[in-house]
Design a protein around this ligand. Structure first.
Ligand code: ADP
Ligand code: MG
Length: 184
């Protein structure tokens, strides 16, 4: 698989939200066959939750950009595993969560497989995703809408309750160079 630019969104609204986001960012630095090339600020956002399952606590959200040779399905597997490692409640996945990961974009690919839709089907509606995406790469093209993430953000109907936080993400656990590829 060739190297792709992938954007991964993360969010936490349970427990020590900053701590879980810092750990999420640190663990993205440990992904095999990958390297982190960008980390957005953290944003605090009101739960967007028509069915009211997420609870009242605001989320900490952010986006990481990586370059990876992992396949999207393998990456999603690892992200689910990492959610479990960080204490995600599998029985109540739609409830408050210590950490949630979403694959937002995989290059300019459009993927519709069982359990994996890319671009993430709701990202264009979510200010808490578009704001950090714009911070990382405002001109990034959404391959289905043929509009940049900046244009998508500008076309959102409401101001939305999303606050950029004045903290530096993910530095406490440091980062590492990418793993070398396995021997052939
Ligand atoms: P959400 O992130 O929408 O709150 P979950 O994290 O519980 O909900 O994810 C629900 C399911 O969405 C997962 O089981 C996963 O297989 C599926 N899914 C489909 N496309 C994606 C994607 N691009 N990124 C992450 N999960 C995805
Ligand atoms: Mg998710």
């Amino acid at each position: 698989m060739r190297v792709e630019i992938v954007f991964i969104g993360f969010g936490s609204n349970l427990g020590d939200r900053q701590e879980f986001c810092d750990r999420a960012v640190a663990l993205m630095n440990l992904l095999p066959l990958s390297r982190v090339t960008g980390v957005s600020s953290y944003y605090e956002s009101e739960p967007v939750d028509p069915e009211n399952t997420l609870g009242p606590t605001w989320f900490y959200n952010g986006v990481v950009r990586i370059e990876t040779s992992l396949s999207p399905v393998r990456l999603l597997d690892i992200l689910h595993e990492t959610e479990r490692a960080l204490g995600r409640n599998e029985e109540h996945r739609s409830g408050p969560r210590t950490i949630d990961f979403d694959i937002l974009f995989v290059g300019q690919h459009i993927i519709n497989e069982a359990g994996l839709t890319v671009p993430h089907p709701r990202l264009h509606l979510r200010r808490f995703v578009l704001e950090p995406l714009v911070e990382l790469d405002a001109d990034w093209n959404h391959p289905s809408f043929h509009r940049s993430v900046k244009e998508l953000l500008e076309s959102l109907p409401e101001p939305g309750r999303v606050k950029k936080l004045d903290i530096i993400p993910g530095t406490k656990y440091g980062s590492r160079p990418a793993c070398p590829p396995p021997p052939a």
